[in-house]
Design a protein around this ligand. Structure first.
Ligand SMILES: Cc1ncc(COP(=O)(O)O)c(C=O)c1O
Length: 240
């Protein structure tokens, strides 16, 4: 197969993206013959401009858990835009954020009493690192080997696969990775220094921890060690 960019009917769109955003990503999709133009996306069905129907089993890594363009979501967004309500006013208390936070806390159950809103997973991980450090006064963070946490500098520091971080260092100090599901290794690391812990691993989908691991890890981080703490994360992403 020819690795160079192929010119196709919609190629000007790809060409512009390649020129202005990310040429490697366009080249890769061309090589994989996956560079199609999606016209409409509904539920799990994606329709291309060539009349193909594709089923989406990836679901945007759980971004589209309710399916693409779910009518309830579309209606809510349209309603919000049409009511011309306040957005990004610095002196405003966002009532909808309060309502959503309340529903999230109710559904999460347990001791969760506050929600922090962010625009991306990486931003959420950055916040978790800061909250863990501020709350525990422990500077170091443990993560699970092969976990994916995001591509911002703090989140990158918690990813053991050097593929993601090569060339971007130095990253956060005092981070270490433990094999996922290995409670003994986790306890050993927690006892050995100034650490908090993070992590579900990613690589090829999502790995579930043995139930005992999640429970005991939480308990170890809270109880055994004066200088360490615990948080979490998961799946595979391209570096594009
Ligand atoms: C578990 C997990 N944490 C963090 C991230 C980073 O999210 P984002 O790409 O929105 O920054 C991802 C993204 O796939 C993720 O799966």
């Amino acid at each position: 197969m020819n690795a160079s960019l192929q010119i196709e009917p919609s190629a000007h769109v790809s060409e512009r993206y390649a020129r202005r955003v990310n040429p490697a990503w366009v080249r890769l999709l061309e090589l994989l013959q996956m560079n199609v133009r999606y016209e409409t996306c509904r539920g799990v069905e994606l329709f291309t401009d060539e009349g193909r129907q594709i089923l989406d089993f990836l679901s945007g890594y759980c971004v589209h858990n309710v399916g693409h363009n779910h009518p309830d979501v579309v209606r809510a967004l349209q309603g919000e835009l049409e009511r011309c309500g306040p957005a990004m006013i610095q002196t405003h208390v966002a009532d909808l954020a309060g309502e959503l936070a309340e529903k999230l806390c109710e559904r999460a159950g347990g001791r969760l009493s506050k929600a922090f809103f962010a625009s991306s997973g990486s931003e959420g991980v950055e916040a978790a690192i800061k909250f863990a450090r501020a709350h525990t006064r422990r500077p170091g963070i443990l993560s699970a080997e092969h976990a994916f946490h995001g591509l911002t500098c703090g989140a990158l520091s918690l990813m053991s696969d050097k593929f993601w971080s090569e060339g971007f260092g130095p990253l956060l100090p005092e981070t270490a990775a433990v094999p996922f599901g290995n409670l003994e290794a986790l306890e050993r690391e927690l006892k050995g220094g100034l650490r908090s812990a993070s992590g579900l691993p990613a690589g090829c989908g999502v790995a579930l921890p043995p139930l005992r691991h999640a429970f005991c890890a939480r308990r170890s981080a809270d109880r055994d060690v004066p200088n360490r703490s615990f948080s979490r994360s998961a799946p595979l992403r391209s570096r594009a």
